[in-house]
Design a protein around this ligand. Structure first.
Ligand SMILES: [Zn+2]
Length: 113
């Protein structure tokens, strides 16, 4: 089922924290991708923080509402506003298992049982 989207529940919080991903407490993580180039990002949506680099979780961008957008680190285009995450996420922002496995974020999900 590698073409299915990665659910929020698959994210390994312990591993994110082990790599220094603490934000402001009460973290809620989900994944989304740049619809222009497919670059994958981790979002901490309790405080609206985007983690820009899977290998360095100190690289972050604050994306407070109402202007919830930022410049993509890969394609340098603006990642548009929209439903990035959650049950109403738009398909163009969603990350498939195949995309995740091929990215530097492959570590972010719990190992398959
Ligand atoms: Zn991009």
């Amino acid at each position: 089922m590698s073409d299915e989207f990665v659910p929020e529940a698959a994210i390994d919080y312990d591993e994110v924290f082990r790599r220094g991903g603490q934000n402001w407490g009460d973290e809620d993580f989900d994944l989304f991708r740049c619809p222009n180039c497919g670059h994958i990002y981790l979002l901490e949506y309790e405080v609206d923080t985007v983690y820009l680099d899977a290998d360095d979780l100190t690289k972050r961008a604050a994306v407070f509402l109402p202007q919830r957008s930022f410049c993509c680190v890969t394609c340098a285009q603006q990642v548009p506003e929209g439903a990035w995450c959650g049950p109403r996420a738009e398909r163009r922002f969603r990350v498939t298992w195949a995309e995740l496995k091929a990215s530097r974020w492959a570590w972010v999900v719990k190992p398959a049982k």
